[in-house]
Design a protein around this ligand. Structure first.
Ligand SMILES: Cc1cc2nc3c(=O)[nH]c(=O)nc-3n(C[C@H](O)[C@H](O)[C@H](O)COP(=O)(O)O)c2cc1C
Length: 214
């Protein structure tokens, strides 16, 4: 077959694209062209009726990054405080590492070389199908962006916490109120060589054939 893929490579990309927080290289600038390449790749993602209502805001201005990081931290601090109480109460193990790395991201977010805020024209209103169509027409492109970044040596981390203050972020960036921000990701070269697959539930445990099984 001429159109075959090297599954080792594609599966490695798909299984090792992690939320990168502690390994973001804060010292190495990321060329805008490289981010544009990732957006070009991401633009091949599916979208309802191929309307391509996604828009990308790349933020590399220090004052704007600080403003966004402040909004993120305002949302993060109460969120993580309640998470820590819940984890202590439940005795859940393994949550400590994620919380450490989340704390770190929150503390250095203003220092990342770039932030990318994917947006969609419009707002998510209507029935479940319309809301699914709205987000389903932009979120696949966001993940494609992250995969394209990973394959170019760039780390990303999907975040949504700044959206608690989406109006403030909108004012900061001049985003019209007819546009919805859907995430914020830092973009930086990653340090270290590679990443491992993360901990996930077994496919057999989460897949039902021919109907829901409880
Ligand atoms: C919708 C969504 C929202 C998220 N919000 C945040 C966030 O605000 N801050 C953060 O540090 N990570 C956030 N994450 C990252 C998740 O914590 C991460 O994807 C998950 O722990 C799996 O990480 P791993 O792929 O490195 O194993 C978010 C992920 C998703 C998909």
């Amino acid at each position: 077959m001429t159109d075959s893929f090297d599954l080792n490579q594609t599966d490695r990309l798909l299984t090792t694209t992690r939320a990168v927080r502690k390994r973001l290289d804060l010292t190495r600038p990321v060329p805008r062209d490289l981010i544009m390449d990732c957006i070009r790749v991401a633009s091949q993602a599916p979208a309802g009726s191929n309307l391509q209502r996604w828009r990308w805001i790349v933020v590399d201005d220090p004052a704007l990054k600080s403003g966004l990081a402040d909004l993120y931290r305002r949302a993060y601090e109460p969120y993580i405080a309640s998470q820590k109480v819940a984890v202590d109460r439940s005795g859940r193990t393994g949550a400590g590492a994620i919380m450490d790395s989340s704390d770190y991201l929150s503390s250095i977010l203003h220092e990342v070389p770039a932030m990318v805020i994917p947006c969609s024209l419009g707002t998510p209103v209507g029935n479940q199908g319309q809301v699914a169509g709205f987000y389903g027409s932009v979120l696949p492109a966001v993940w494609s962006f992250m995969l394209a970044a990973r394959s170019r040596g760039l780390g990303t981390a999907w975040t949504t916490l700044h959206l608690e203050y989406e109006a403030e972020a909108r004012a900061l960036l001049g985003i019209p109120d007819t546009v919805t921000q859907v995430a914020l990701t830092p973009v930086a070269y990653y340090t270290g060589d590679t990443f491992k697959p993360g901990t996930r539930r077994a496919a057999e445990e989460i897949t039902y054939f021919n109907g829901w099984k409880s």
